[in-house]
Design a protein around this ligand. Structure first.
Ligand code: NAD
Length: 374
């Protein structure tokens, strides 16, 4: 079997699907590896690094002609999608819940799609392939580091000859993979961290990282915020309003807010209103990891845009945070792909067995976990 890693074409995307160490592992597993010329440059890997690891560096035409499976990070652009041929398999974070049309179009042309976004997250057999987790870990870490960088005071409590500086108060909203990594990173830098999530089971994880779990009153008669597959459910309008009101007081008392709340296939929930940001002290920092073209967790935040408001609060709409740490993110992603290919390659052939739980989920032929397309 031959796999080919393409150069990512999305603006600002610096990650690459395979890194040289992954090429070595795949070669050992009997997989032939093609890499598009220049594919690794954004993550600081040269064509020579790939050749040395055992890959063949090729122009795109040759890659599409020879590869049985095309490996990518994000969804392909129109040109790449057109270049794929029937019988070929496309493997990547194809975002089928956000762009259902792409997968449908490819399937219609006889191209098989394996969307890592559809991996059953809670299945322990699938953990090593979990690219959403590996990328969210990078994003959470980077969000905390960005917040610390934009904050003009210390994160830790410092006792010096000039007196004692109080530690920063950090509030993390959404304690999934990214949120937990943001909590851990802010804690390592010495901040005092409080966190909140709608899934009640996240309390234990938050507390085990040395952060305080924020208890918010829920409107009477409402159930847990947990949905299917370990994900959160979408809250009702009334629940969302109650949540925002309850959060407002905490937000105004904190120095740093990092938001990471997502519901699969839905618009991210609005957690931090413009009014709440207005009441924060000058010098405070808000990082919205959920910022997207659909809107984010913070009212008015936009992806890849940092705004210093009139009241002196910096609002950072995070764009592609994993891409901002392209080497770490690509290395982790490539390990996920190696684990996946080890699962899919049998006797030197790529086998997509619809009866296999993981494969069926990734191909979208079993019910998606945790959400319906909106
Ligand atoms: P995600 O990116 O979908 O969402 C991030 C967090 O936002 C989640 O914790 C969610 O509960 C929270 N959220 C949603 N709406 C909210 C709201 N209105 N207010 C506050 N918080 C809100 O989640 P994720 O990081 O991809 O994790 C999804 C699930 O998968 C989690 O349960 C996680 O523990 C689980 N997971 C399990 C494994 C494993 O078992 N191996 C691995 C990875 C993730």
């Amino acid at each position: 079997v031959t796999v080919g890693a393409v150069r990512e074409r999305a603006p600002g995307e610096r990650r690459v699907a395979l890194v040289p160490e992954a090429v070595t592992l795949l070669r050992r597993a009997g997989v032939d590896v093609l890499v598009e010329a220049g594919a690794g440059s954004g993550a600081w890997f040269t064509d020579a690094d790939y050749t040395e690891a055992g890959a063949t560096v090729v122009p795109p035409d040759e890659l599409y002609a020879r590869a049985d499976a095309v490996l990518c990070v994000g969804p392909p652009d129109a040109e790449t999608a057109t270049a794929l041929r029937p019988g070929q398999t496309l493997i990547g974070l194809l975002e089928p819940l956000r762009h259902p049309g792409l997968v449908q179009e490819l399937t219609g042309r006889g191209i098989r799609t394996v969307s890592l976004d559809l991996l059953p997250r809670t299945l322990s057999r699938a953990q090593s392939m979990d690219a959403l987790t590996s990328q969210a870990n990078v994003a959470g870490y980077k969000a905390a580091v960005l917040a610390a960088d934009s904050y003009d005071r210390f994160f830790p409590m410092l006792t010096t000859a000039a007196g004692t500086m109080r530690p920063a108060q950090v509030l993390v909203l959404g304690a999934g993979v990214a949120g937990l990594q943001a909590i851990a990173t802010a804690r390592r830098l010495g901040a005092v961290v409080t966190a909140y999530d709608v899934r009640p089971e996240s309390r234990g994880e938050v507390e085990s990282l040395g952060a305080r779990f924020l208890d918010l009153p829920r409107p009477p008669g409402t159930g847990s915020g947990a949905g299917q597959g370990g994900y959160a459910r979408e809250l009702t309008e009334e629940e969302q309003r109650a949540q925002r009101e309850a959060l407002d007081a905490h937000i105004s008392r904190t120095d740093i807010v990092i938001t990471t709340a997502q519901v699969p296939g839905r618009k991210p929930p609005l957690l931090v209103t413009a009014d709440a940001v207005e009441r924060m002290a000058s010098g405070s920092v808000v990082v919205d990891l959920a910022a997207s073209d659909l809107g984010g967790n913070v009212e008015g935040s936009e992806p890849d845009k940092t705004t210093v408001l009139d009241n002196g609060v910096t609002v950072i709409g995070a764009g592609r945070l994993p891409s901002a740490m392209a080497t770490a993110a690509s290395t982790a992603y490539a390990r996920n792909l190696v684990a996946l290919l080890r699962h899919l390659v049998c006797d030197g052939e790529l086998v997509l067995d619809p009866a296999d739980e993981i494969t069926a989920a990734l191909m979208g032929t079993s019910a998606p976990k945790g959400g319906e397309p909106s």
